[in-house]
Design a protein around this ligand. Structure first.
Ligand code: C5P
Length: 212
């Protein structure tokens, strides 16, 4: 079974995807990390994220980089949303993601275009969302816990800018697949979000109509 989990930044999609992978015993790929790895290379090599050729030149990285905590910073997330708009960057990461999705026992992938581009035939597609204000509050609390002094307004502005870039780009924009199930986590705790996601997956598996 392939489970595709898409949604905007800080919607809870990563937490939900990880929990689903654990619950169903499937391997999990956080595809945002791939774009973050390229952003990290761009930053380290002082390249221009807006230039497609620069971003492509930074698109080779070892798997070990994906475990680097530095990838999780907000600045790298911001740069990732810039480099990810380049079609050639997306093309450079396409096969790796498709190969992961095609693993024999199935897989859980989370990102922005999993249900639309990477795994359009996924048995289950979830689109996880929450209001921008709630996402900003969550991200703000996370950053504060890591010692940051950033203001809530700034985090909200960053989230809105990222949403605009991710939904507005012409290649693989963030959009809910026609056959995805919506999971709004705005007023759900983490546990309740995960519980709801498992119910939705079980329901879709039990009632899925044959493809075609
Ligand atoms: O999910 P995360 O915040 O780690 O993603 C960082 C950025 O990478 C996103 O803002 C988005 O622009 C990009 N991304 C993407 N397609 C994916 C996953 C992430 O364009 N499948």
């Amino acid at each position: 079974m392939i489970i595709a989990v898409d949604g905007p930044a800080a919607s809870g999609k990563g937490t939900v995807a990880r929990a689903l992978a654990r619950h169903y015993g499937l391997p999990h790929l956080d595809t945002g990390l791939l774009y973050r790895a390229i952003a990290h290379n761009v930053s380290r090599e002082e390249l221009n994220p807006e230039r497609e050729a620069d971003a492509v030149a930074a698109s080779k990285f070892p798997d070990s980089l994906l475990d680097d905590e530095a990838l999780r910073s907000d600045e790298i997330g911001r740069l990732a949303s810039i480099v990810s708009a380049h079609p050639l960057v997306r093309a450079a990461l396409l096969h790796r993601q498709k190969r992961f999705a095609a693993r024999p026992g199935g897989a859980v992938l989370d990102g922005r275009d999993i249900g639309t581009v990477i795994a359009p035939n996924a048995q289950v597609k979830l689109f996880v969302r929450a209001t921008p204000t709630i996402r900003a509050k969550r991200r703000h609390a996370e950053l504060r816990a890591r010692g940051s002094t950033i203001s809530l307004d700034r985090v909200l502005a960053d989230i809105r800018a990222r949403d605009l870039r991710d939904t507005g780009r012409s290649t693989a924009p963030l959009v809910m697949a026609a056959d995805a199930i919506l999971l709004d986590t705005s007023f759900l705790s983490i546990d309740a979000s995960v519980q709801k996601a498992i119910e939705l997956v079980d329901h879709r598996r039990a009632h899925r109509l044959p493809a075609g």
